[in-house]
Design a protein around this ligand. Structure first.
Ligand code: SF4
Ligand code: SF4
Length: 350
């Protein structure tokens, strides 16, 4: 139902302005993605350094290995006095890792372990507690703010825009979003049947963490690299950000957990001019212009940053607001309301 008031002069409410920082959150998000990616590269190097230290092999190292040793020693020395022991406090990746005294795991890792082992190992289950609580509050935030694949997928999307501008045909096909829930369900069924968490083989953040470790610590790549490159091609040639929208089992789990998230985005209809930039910028194919966010929104804030009239903001609610109709600064709203005001209509015609 269109809830638009038909005469704007009847509503003299002060127009709500979003908190000024919200417009800059998208830059902060890039800082967050860059830090996560840097840590994924740094941790294996620290691990290699720790191994050299434990083996007391400095004199036997090659030139490049000595460079790794020296750089990691320089980097870690301000923070640790006994690197051989203390660097154990920083291990793993976004799939499962140790950060000081905190152990964190991706909820998909815990779910996969739970159904494949069919045992409740509470110390491991509890490592997903903080991510689950954050998802219930912030929704699919992992996808927008943490996932190392997002870092590469968004660069890939930018490449797609450049290719399109240079005249190449880049597909933007849409599929049924429910496909990813099917992938999640099939993955769970395979985990029950085989006793192994099959998700990790097709889950981009797990693949990226694993492959970076292989490359740095073992000097090679596994088959995950091929799979990830295929997802990049899929996104580039067939469907913008298609893997995250339609296939990723982790994205499916985060969407379900964040279905009733408390932090949401809303359009301030009084400030909206219907330019549709918010809908165009949304990597996840949502439609902020028509107040359609749903459980897929990752609160990335890109739609807030791009809005020229400050008509997008955050608010707290367990559900989206219904379609508010056309923006009050847009042509459609003005035409509708001019039709109810003959004086304005005549002035417009003259
Ligand atoms: S959908 Fe999957 S790959 Fe995409 S951002 Fe979310 S967790 Fe990462
Ligand atoms: S609706 Fe806005 S905040 Fe949500 S995913 Fe799309 S651009 Fe990001």
């Amino acid at each position: 139902m269109n809830k638009t008031p038909m005469n704007p002069t009847a509503t003299n409410k002060a127009v709500h302005k979003p908190f000024f920082l919200w417009r800059h959150l998208n830059k902060l998000r890039w800082v967050s993605l860059t830090i996560v990616f840097t840590m994924l590269v740094l941790i294996p190097f620290l691990h290699v350094y720790q191994t050299y230290l434990a083996a007391h092999t400095y004199d036997l190292l090659s030139g490049s290995e000595k460079q790794i040793y020296n750089s990691m020693e320089w980097l870690s020395s301000p923070f640790v006095t006994d690197p051989e022991d203390q660097l154990d406090a920083l291990k793993g990746n976004t799939w499962s890792g140790t950060f000081g005294s905190l152990q964190l795991s991706d909820p998909l890792a815990v779910l996969g372990h739970l159904v494949s082992s069919q045992t409740f190992y509470w110390p491991f289950i509890l490592t997903a507690l903080i991510p689950v609580i954050l998802t219930v509050f912030f929704g699919r935030f992992f996808c927008g703010w943490i996932c190392p694949a997002t870092f590469l997928y968004e660069l890939n999307s930018n490449l797609g825009i450049l290719l399109r501008k240079s005249g190449l045909h880049i597909g933007n096909r849409r599929f049924d979003r429910r496909l990813k829930y099917l992938v999640l369900a099939i993955g769970l069924a395979i985990a029950v049947a085989t006793g192994s968490a099959a998700f990790a083989a097709i889950y981009p953040p797990a693949i990226i963490g694993r492959e970076i470790y292989y490359a740095i610590a073992l000097g090679g790549f596994g088959s995950g690299v091929v799979f990830f490159l295929l997802t990049l091609l899929f996104d580039l040639l067939l469907s913008r950000r298609g893997f995250c929208r339609y296939i990723c089992p982790g994205g499916a789990l985060y969407s379900l957990l964040g279905r009733f998230r408390l932090l949401r985005i809303k359009r301030i209809v009084e400030s909206c001019n219907d330019c549709a930039k918010c809908t165009a910028v949304c990597e996840f194919g949502l439609d902020p212009l028509h107040d359609h966010f749903g459980q897929e929104c990752n609160n990335c804030s890109a739609c807030i940053a791009v809005c020229p009239t400050e008509a997008m903001t955050f608010y707290l609610s367990p559900q989206d607001i219904a379609n508010q109709g056309p923006g009050h600064l847009g042509r459609q709203y003005k035409q509708q309301n001019t039709a109810f005001n003959p004086a304005e209509k005549m002035a417009g015609e003259n």
